[in-house]
Design a protein around this ligand. Structure first.
Ligand code: ZN
Length: 319
């Protein structure tokens, strides 16, 4: 049995898991992510790997990290959340643990997990949106990760075909999808809606103690479940942008399935129904011929660990 470890470097924790060749996670562990401390992050990865290695025979390690990863999968060229620039993560970790290492973008490892073992496994081409604090994107075309010339393809969250002159984005541009379709955008839409129309946000405001500015994402989901008009409107708001973006992906990629993942997907059909509605509207005549279904991803928070571990197993194949 070939075993590899997948490691997910997130903003708050470094999570790792031992994964077999069928995508089963056999053991997991985690450490806190030391922010703004690169040697500390590498130490955390090392500790995670060393702990998991004590009970399993490991052949390689895959790492998923938010940021732009070089095309040879060795270097984090830019990772705003971790303050990394041109960080040779692969070689530093490989030196620390004495195992082969593969580094890949966090959304790319997630779609790879879904492609091999999850909601996209019946399709050769697929698109993934990860809706969290921001919006991540991953694309698989004909069983290959779309990585691009420089390793930075599929940044769907920073496309801006829907609103090019819109809100300022952390990437230095304005109007990116991320500003209109993230968990943060959902909360902001609900906060603004409740401030403007408190009479339509009675349930939401009650949950938030009466103050629109203290509304949280969790409260938006809870209020929408109870039928709150402003909360439902906030889901419709981000669903509009995601649905329009998904229709663009159909024109660009013609995937077999479009997946939605990330924390906000816990809301289920509260999120998926508006996306599907606006997606159908945005397809135009394209809806008259076969077209990808929009559905929730299946592997949840384990997708990154499973995908990274599988990329490490097949590390000789650089897509
Ligand atoms: Zn952006």
């Amino acid at each position: 049995m070939s075993l590899t470890i997948g490691v997910d470097i997130g903003g708050t924790k470094v999570g790792g898991g031992v994964v077999d060749e069928n995508g089963n996670v056999l053991a997991t562990t985690r450490r806190p992510t030391p922010a703004d401390d690169t040697p500390g992050v590498i130490q955390a990865v090392k500790e995670v790997v060393e702990e998991l290695r004590q009970s399993h025979d490991i052949e390689a390690v895959g790492i998923g990290a938010a940021g732009w990863i070089s095309s040879d999968r060795s270097t984090v060229m830019l990772a705003p959340n971790l303050s990394w620039k041109n960080e040779p993560l692969r070689d530093k970790v490989a030196e620390a643990i004495d195992l082969p290492v593969v580094v890949e973008n966090d959304a790319n490892v997630a779609i790879w997990g879904e492609h091999k073992f999850g909601a996209a496994k019946r399709h050769r081409s697929s698109v993934l949106y990860t809706i969290g604090t921001g919006v991540g994107g991953g694309i698989v075309v004909k069983d290959n990760l779309l990585r691009g010339t420089n390793g930075v393809a599929a940044e769907i969250g920073h496309t801006r075909s829907v609103m090019p002159d819109g809100r300022q984005c952390g990437c230095g541009r304005t109007g990116c999808l991320e500003q209109y379709a993230s968990g943060r955008a959902l909360t902001r839409a609900a906060q603004e809606g409740a401030a403007e129309h408190p009479e339509k946000a009675a349930i939401l405001l009650k949950l938030a103690g009466g103050d629109p500015e203290s509304i949280t994402g969790r409260q938006v989901t809870e209020a929408a479940r109870q039928g709150d008009e402003v909360a439902l409107g906030a889901f419709d708001f981000i669903g509009y942008y995601l649905g329009n973006s998904a229709a663009d992906m159909v024109n660009l990629i013609d995937p077999g399935v479009i997946l939605v993942a990330g924390g906000v997907v816990d809301a289920g059909d509260l999120l998926l129904d508006p996306i599907r509605k606006h997606y159908q509207e945005a397809l135009g005549n394209r809806a008259q011929v076969p077209v990808a279904e929009v559905r929730a991803a299946e592997l949840g928070s384990k997708a990154g660990v499973i995908g990274a571990a599988d990329l490490a197993r097949h590390r000789e194949i650089v897509p």
